[in-house]
Design a protein around this ligand. Structure first.
Ligand SMILES: [Cu+2]
Length: 115
C-alpha cells in the first residue's frame, strides 16, 4: 500500500512539472493575416497567454471588442514578424478584433481554472 502511495505521488509531481497548463504558463498561438485571425476561435484557461504573430502584408492590430475589462489594444503594424502577447486573467468570452478590419474576429473563451 505504501509503495502505491509513493508511485501516485511521483506521478502527480511529474504531471504538474511537465504539464504547462498546470503550471499556468501555457501560450497559444494565433496568426494575424490579411484579413483574418487563425484560428478564429480558441479556448484557453485563465492566466494562460495568447501570442499573436503577424503573417500578412497589410496593417493590423489586436483589440478587445467585447469581454471582461480591461480594454487592451496592441500597436498597429504592417508586414509580418511582429508579435503581441497577452495574458488573460479573467474568465469569460472575448471578441477580439482589428481596428482597421471589422470582419476580423477571434472568439476567445477563457475558462476558469479548477483548483
Ligand atoms: Cu486588420
Amino acid at each position: 500500500m505504501r509503495r502505491i502511495i509513493v508511485i501516485i505521488a511521483v506521478l502527480t509531481v511529474g504531471f504538474v512539472v511537465s504539464n504547462p497548463l498546470a503550471a499556468g504558463r501555457a501560450t497559444k498561438n494565433v496568426d494575424v493575416g490579411d484579413d483574418y485571425f487563425a484560428p478564429d476561435s480558441l479556448t484557453i484557461k485563465e492566466d494562460n497567454r495568447v501570442r499573436f504573430t503577424w503573417v500578412g502584408e497589410n496593417e493590423h492590430n489586436v483589440i478587445r471588442e467585447e469581454g471582461p475589462r480591461p480594454y487592451f489594444e496592441s500597436e498597429s503594424v504592417a508586414g509580418s514578424g511582429f508579435t503581441y502577447t497577452r495574458k488573460f486573467k479573467k474568465p469569460g468570452r472575448y471578441t477580439i478584433g482589428c481596428f482597421l478590419h471589422q470582419d476580423m474576429d477571434l472568439f476567445l473563451r477563457v475558462k476558469k481554472r479548477r483548483n
